[in-house]
Ligand binder design. Sequence first.
Ligand code: AMP
Length: 257
Amino acid sequence: MIVARTIADARAALGERRDGRIGLVPTMGALHAGHRALLDGARVSCDTVVMSLFVNPAQFGHPADLNGYPRDEARDLRIAEDAGVDIVFAPTAAELYPPGYQTWVDVSELGAVLEGEHRPGHFRAVATVCLQLFSIVRPDVVFFGQKDAQQVEVLRRMITDLHLELELVVVPTVRDVDGLALSSRNVRLSAGERARALALPRALATRDAATARAILDAAGLEIEYVAVAPFTPPTLAAAVRVGSTRLIDNVPIEEES
Ligand code: AMP
């Protein structure tokens, strides 16, 4: 497995592999079984699997969230190697945002609602870093998790609007046995908070916004939003705070047959 820290090194590593199908799995590290599902999806369908490992400072609103983001590169590299990743692209922030950097991609409507309303600038930063990664790696296919449903929707729009030649594969949300969606931020939950957080998947499983809100309220979780989002398919999505930890989750609402 090659670990490329610069754009030049990533391009050099990819040079001889361009004939085959290249899959890209963007991550911010602190890998768990959710990331592993994306890597496995890439491994079975691509000749070359590239995983990016970059905690994108621009997409964090609060310095405390960025500074407290769990990081363990050695562990992440072991997991990537075990998953059969060929190339890890792990640039510094200065590599992607050198002095003078000033180009941003704004998916203006989809990026402004729900998560976008509560995290201003978040999707602008996500879309921008993803476009950078797509442009550096030039993958045939990219893999993203349903866990971040609005991110998928924003990126799908960007791919369409900018005529990018790439396929986007959405991997279903991986959950713990108790139903909580795996997230790098779950490590911040105390045992008591984690028990209360279980109201989130329980609420969303009702697939009804009003019922979900009542369940979240009853569990004493601070609701940022709970709503049926106009995604494809329509998706019941919520963001809550459990203590100082912010959690998001969603369930697609299948059409009645
Ligand atoms: P992150 O490292 O949090 O930026 O996530 C990297 C990718 O993994 C994104 O496409 C996420 O949607 C995806 N992901 C995160 N958690 C899960 C999960 N529990 N199940 C499936 N995919 C996930």
